[in-house]
Design a protein around this ligand. Structure first.
Ligand code: TYD
Length: 212
């Protein structure tokens, strides 16, 4: 594989979507069809159907391990259909969430176990790792307050309804992952004003995405 696989991670309310909204058009202008932007869960027709099942607010009876398996299944399909073909043709793949989300949300948030969820995902991904992971770090109180502000115009999803303690476990797991994988995961302080966060991400990507 000759392309570059870059993932974006962070707890809810870190501002990941706003940062991507700003960065993607700039990268598109530089890279054209050498850029593939995608997201998890979802990103292709089968994986999107799995996403709908996972995030349906009516599925309150979903078992935690079922949830982890569905995320892994959606990830597998998405890798096969979208990510691996794009990397094989040398594209830069920007993926909104990947295995770290499962380790943080299912492993730590749902308390299934970070190692168990990591192992499950090794099977799903056949060990594929991102070349770079941009981790937007924000305290849980700040992230949840931001979500609350946007409630009016966005839909609730099942995970956004979880309490502060869930989000704290998610953030702590992300911080552990960042500490354990310093060569892959770069932490960006997402408490800064959005423009500064965008600048930080922009300069990070400038170092990692080779343009002519
Ligand atoms: P989404 O609406 O895409 O939120 P965001 O913009 O924050 O990425 O919903 C994705 C939700 O799914 C989000 O709350 C995180 C969660 N998630 C997991 O719990 N495990 C995973 O493996 C992935 C990919 C996402």
């Amino acid at each position: 594989m000759s392309g570059k696989f870059i993932t974006f991670e962070g707890p809810d309310g870190a501002g990941k979507d706003s940062v991507l909204d700003a960065i993607v058009p700039e990268l598109r202008a530089q890279l054209g069809d050498k850029l593939v932007v995608t997201r998890e869960p979802g990103g292709d027709p089968i994986a999107e159907q799995i996403r709908d099942v996972i995030l349906d607010p009516q599925n309150t009876a979903m078992d935690d391990r079922t949830e982890a398996l569905l995320y892994a299944a959606s990830r597998r399909q998405h890798l096969q259909d979208v990510v691996e073909p794009a990397l094989a043709r040398g594209a830069v793949v920007l993926c909104d969430r990947f295995v770290d989300s499962s380790v943080a949300y299912q492993g730590a948030g749902r308390q299934i176990g970070e190692q168990a969820v990591f192992d499950l995902n090794q099977f799903a991904t056949n060990g594929l790792q991102p070349d770079l992971t941009v981790y937007l770090d924000v305290p849980s109180e700040v992230g949840l307050a931001r979500i609350e502000q946007h409630r009016k115009d966005t839909q609730y999803d099942r995970l956004d309804q979880e309490e502060l303690t869930f989000h704290k476990r998610v953030r702590a797991a992300y911080q552990r992952l960042a500490k354990a994988n310093p060569q892959r995961i770069v932490t960006i302080d997402a408490t800064k004003p959005l423009n500064q966060v965008i600048d930080d991400v922009r300069s990070l990507l400038r170092h990692h995405v080779v343009t002519d």
